[in-house]
Design a protein around this ligand. Structure first.
Ligand SMILES: NC(=O)C1=CN([C@@H]2O[C@H](COP(=O)(O)OP(=O)(O)OC[C@H]3O[C@@H](n4cnc5c(N)ncnc54)[C@H](OP(=O)(O)O)[C@@H]3O)[C@@H](O)[C@H]2O)C=CC1
Ligand SMILES: CC(=O)N[C@@H](CCC(=O)OP(=O)(O)O)C(=O)O
Length: 351
């Protein structure tokens, strides 16, 4: 489908001083149809972007505005990269201003459909539900084409969902899913946190959010629940790994019946055959975060643990790229009718 659009769209980024906002800008600087408009922040409003994001050289002299409807008005697209709970009220005001604006929220506010589940995991009022920005889920790409509002998935839900989705959709497993996923520290954002000081993180790994309490558990469950009539259960354990970027997720589930590793690989190959960003590795190769850093690619592998009777799948993603900002740009492309891959690469930075 071709939709009419101006040659270059003006994009504002709220939360430009943060990790997600910075990565959105890094990608948009390479996007041929985008002109970068207002850049806003919270406590850093008034500062030069170059003092906070020195890698974004072409934008070094831009001054950060305060985050308000007034500063975000007058753009074709507004990307929100703010802490949860901030985007709900702001998006409501932006909607009042102009409903034709594309608003892409990197935060969690509009991801969950069930208000009670939202309140249980986030402890605040539910803002609403927007089209979910994971085009690789069946039927989702059509909902995102031409959308005016997009909820970008969380980084763990992106990789956890993509890693096991073909097995759930094809009924290869009973959906009693166990996810153990290690994330780089940028997943926690830039705001200082005592457990994320260099001395605490370097040379050490830890589990956190253990026992079904991490707020991404219901998001993964919601995604997988859309793929099967069976009741989906998800046990999710996040780990913090001593690296700046990347998530490596190991996802396992009981086999529903006899299955070989080659058959499982074949199901994944068929499911993702047309997906530009999903790269199923050759049998015997295993995903590594180092291969996807800086790219919008997802690397996957799947096999069968015969003795345990479980399917074992492993996925790697850059939490800031396909895990957030890359997904935001992919959805911007779909919303505006550009080729979905515009401005995005599958080539990682290695070593
Ligand atoms: N990091 C990741 O891997 C992922 C992040 N996300 C989501 O993206 C969003 C941003 O995360 P991230 O970039 O990591 O976080 P950061 O802490 O790095 O950045 C937060 C940004 O929001 C701004 N901000 C904070 N409070 C306010 C406020 N009250 N009013 C206006 N602006 C404010 C900050 O400005 P200032 O510098 O002035 O404080 C900063 O620009 C979150 O919702 C997060 O869940 C989603 C997936 C993955
Ligand atoms: C390492 C680390 O702390 N990661 C973050 C997840 C970041 C993310 O993607 O989540 P949202 O967009 O839903 O905030 C966490 O576990 O809270």
């Amino acid at each position: 489908m071709h939709m009419s659009h101006p040659p270059r769209v003006r994009v504002a980024v709220a939360g430009a001083s943060g990790y997600a906002g910075g990565e959105v800008l890094r990608l948009l600087l390479a996007h041929p149809h985008v002109e970068i408009g207002a850049l806003t922040a919270g406590s850093n409003a008034g500062e030069l972007l170059g003092s906070l994001q020195p890698h974004l050289v072409p934008l070094a002299d831009r001054v950060l505005d305060e985050t308000s409807v007034a500063t975000l008005a007058g753009h074709d697209v507004v990307v929100l990269a703010l802490p949860h709970g901030q985007s709900g009220p702001l998006a409501a005001q932006l909607g009042d201003l102009d409903d034709s604006v594309v608003v892409i929220d990197c935060g969690a506010d509009f991801r969950l459909a069930d208000a009670q589940v939202w309140e249980r995991f986030y402890g605040s009022d539910h803002a609403g539900t927007w089209p979910y920005g994971l085009p690789e889920l069946p039927g989702q790409r059509d909902l995102l084409a031409g959308a005016r509002r997009v909820a970008v998935p969380g980084c763990y839900p992106t990789i956890s969902t993509l890693t096991i989705a073909p097995a759930v959709a094809a009924g290869l497993v009973t959906p009693d899913i166990v996810v153990v996923a290690a994330s780089g520290t940028s997943g926690a954002g830039k705001a200082a946190k005592p457990h994320l000081l260099g001395s605490e993180v370097m040379g050490s790994m830890t589990a956190y959010g253990v026992g079904g309490v991490h707020r991404h558990t219901p998001e993964i469950t919601q995604n997988l629940g859309g793929l099967t009539d069976a009741q989906v259960k998800v046990s999710f354990t996040p780990l913090l790994a001593p690296m700046p970027r990347g998530i490596l997720a190991t996802v396992t589930a009981p086999l529903a019946g006899p299955l070989t590793a080659a058959e499982a690989h074949d199901v994944y190959a068929k499911a993702y055959a047309d997906e530009p960003f999903i790269h199923l590795l050759a049998p015997g190769q295993w995903p590594q975060t180092g291969s996807v850093v800086g790219s919008n690619a997802v690397h996957l592998q799947v096999t069968v643990d015969e003795a345990a009777g479980r399917l074992v799948a492993v996925g790697a993603v850059d939490n800031l790229a396909k895990g957030t900002a890359g997904a935001a740009v992919q959805c911007l492309n779909l919303a505006l009718g550009y080729d979905e891959t515009t401005g995005l690469s599958t080539v990682g930075v290695a070593p």
